[in-house]
Design a protein around this ligand. Structure first.
Ligand SMILES: C[S@@+](CC[C@H](N)C(=O)[O-])C[C@H]1O[C@@H](n2cnc3c(N)ncnc32)[C@H](O)[C@@H]1O
Length: 387
């Protein structure tokens, strides 16, 4: 598994004790207060005086240990009599992450992590990490533990995409995500840029992005010359749209806060409406290290209902001859094929428009990108012409 970009040449070894301390503190906070990994890391780094390479090391260790926590816990629990308290768990995860997934020499990984651990835990951290180091390469009891996903995600992905594609997708989402920047400086994954390309907003077309925050696709469509209304339910997230409009200096995006299931717009007012819906995010698990441990299987049915309500409401806002576009950064059948085919079946006057671009795999009438296809997020898109 090519998990880490971290190696002994580019990262500090024995002088990285402070970075390990910060990383252990982050893991503890994520575990104990169910905080978001990215917020915990950002706040810890802001308070620290670490150099840039140590900051990178902290981020890599915390995100990596969070993603791989099921595998790491299995690897260390073999050498413990009972589940460890949170503070010891955090040290062991950070230590084992370095041993299993980086090229940091084992002696450096163990000694810096022991040094960074609390006085009380130094002995056990040292003993357990040495045993883990001696046990490499690990013989995993099963693939779900090796790949470090909850069983339900592991099984659903393999069931829906097949053994080979499913495993490739799960492996891929254990790598750190690639960061791509648009010409205007906005950070946006290529798969999202391909959604925008597939919408093909024309000069002076009036386009509604019904679920628009933080405004990535809305600002991209505006830069193609469209007039864009960028709506979102949540006030706090709508502020992100306003900030991005300001920062990118686009003057053809208007931000509106409204519930997309009961939108405040006139019927047939738009040439195109995009529903870039809230979803389970199964295609972006590499991007949010803690997401796989947060989503619950039962959320999927609730999200599929919401997606259908958004699509139905959005359809009424498209002018005759205009287009409705549905996209989600997930790959579950319930939120993609099933939503799209039920919509086509039950809603009058919406004709599927096939997605022909070879970047996309065929997925019914729509398109699908699995993360391993182009090294991007996983993404789905469907389009309809409205009569
Ligand atoms: C996938 S994100 C949108 C990403 C955005 N289109 C972009 O490209 O930057 C989904 C958004 O849907 C919003 N949302 C959730 N429920 C909604 C609703 N009922 N109406 C409108 N927006 C909603 C969330 O606040 C979230 O910002």
């Amino acid at each position: 598994m090519g998990i880490s970009r971290m190696d002994s040449q580019s990262f500090p070894l024995n002088d990285g004790v402070e970075a390990r301390k910060v990383a252990i503190g982050c893991i503890r906070r994520i575990d104990e207060s169910a905080s978001y990994a990215n917020l915990v890391v950002a706040s810890a780094l802001q308070k620290s005086n670490l150099e840039q390479r140590d900051r990178n090391l902290v981020a890599e260790m915390v995100y990596g240990a969070t993603r791989m926590q099921r595998a790491l816990d299995w690897a260390v629990d073999r050498f413990l009599m009972k589940p460890p308290p949170a503070v010891l768990r955090a040290s062991l995860r950070i230590g084992a992450y370095q041993l299993l997934y980086t090229r940091i020499p084992p002696h450096a990984a163990v000694s810096t992590t022991v040094e960074a651990s609390s006085k009380k835990n130094k002995g056990v951290v040292n003993a357990v990490l040495r045993r883990v180091a001696e046990s490499l390469p690990i013989e995993w009891p099963n693939e779900g533990i090796r790949l470090s996903y909850p069983d339900w995600i592991y099984e659903l992905v393999r069931l829906e995409h097949g053994e080979d594609e499913g495993l490739a997708m799960l492996e891929h989402m254990n790598d750190s995500p690639v960061v791509t920047e648009r010409e205007d400086g906005y950070i946006q994954d290529l798969s999202s840029q391909w959604v925008v390309q597939s919408i093909g907003a024309q000069q002076e077309e009036l386009v509604l992005d019904l679920c628009a925050a933080p405004g990535g696709k809305a600002t991209a469509m505006a830069s193609e010359g469209a007039f864009v209304v960028a709506a979102d339910l949540h006030m706090s997230r709508s502020r992100l749209i306003a900030e991005n409009i300001e920062r990118l200096q686009v003057d053809t995006v208007w931000q509106v806060t409204t519930d997309g299931t009961q939108p405040c717009f006139a019927e047939k007012a738009f040439d195109k409406v995009l529903v870039d819906a809230p979803c389970s995010g199964i295609g972006v698990l590499h991007r949010r290290a803690d997401a796989r441990w947060r989503i619950r299987q039962e959320d999927i049915a609730r999200l599929a209902n919401l997606q259908m309500s958004l699509l139905r409401a959005a359809k009424n806002l498209v002018r005759a001859g205009g287009e409705l576009i549905y996209s989600v950064c997930t790959t579950t059948k319930a939120e993609t094929l099933s939503v799209a085919s039920e919509f086509t079946k039950t809603v009058d006057g919406a004709l599927p428009v096939p997605v022909e671009d070879p970047i996309w795999r065929r997925n019914g009438e729509g398109g699908l990108i699995l993360p391993q296809d182009h090294g991007t997020d996983g993404m789905c898109i469907f389009k309809w012409r409205i009569e």
